[in-house]
Design a protein around this ligand. Structure first.
Ligand code: HEC
Length: 119
């Protein structure tokens, strides 16, 4: 019984360690699933069809709009690159979106301020 309790404790501790070394794990999972098919796992984009997400200056100056873009998509009237619309995504809630944005920030953008739920 003692060994069992110790085992449970160990598993709990180890999983916590893994979580704390990868704080944006949930954001990565969601990004890889919902965004990477178009924007690439390294945010490199896909040829001329889908833009990369590496233009940090553009991201910085539009940080308050990112949430809306992800939720509502980017329609033909708003296109920046002028090729294809970005579809809306009704499956992601506010927490998913903040997780995705903070993962992107940690991996690609390195903006000083993290994204908050209120944005
Ligand atoms: C079906 C393909 C597709 C998916 C999936 C998709 N996007 Fe996009 N995204 C686009 C296209 C196309 C554009 C460019 C629209 C334009 O011309 O302004 C774009 C533009 C963007 C931009 C603006 C970049 C810029 O330089 O103009 C951001 C930020 C972005 N997407 C983030 C995301 C995130 C985060 C996700 C996942 C939640 C996502 N997108 C999912 C196709 C997609």
């Amino acid at each position: 019984m003692k060994i069992f309790i110790f085992g449970v404790f160990l598993i709990f501790t180890l999983s916590f360690c893994q979580y704390s070394t990868q704080p944006f794990k949930e954001g990565k999972v969601a990004y890889d699933f919902y965004c990477a098919p178009c924007h690439g796992t390294q945010a490199e984009g896909l040829s001329h069809l889908y833009p990369g997400l590496l233009d940090t200056t553009y991201i910085r100056s539009h940080r308050t709009e990112l949430n809306n873009w992800i939720r509502q998509g980017i329609s033909s009237a708003q296109l920046r690159h002028g090729q294809t619309e970005m579809p809306e995504n009704k499956k992601l809630n506010d927490i998913d979106i903040v997780n995705i944005l903070n993962y992107c920030n940690q991996q690609f953008w390195h903006l000083k301020e993290e994204f908050q739920l209120t944005q």
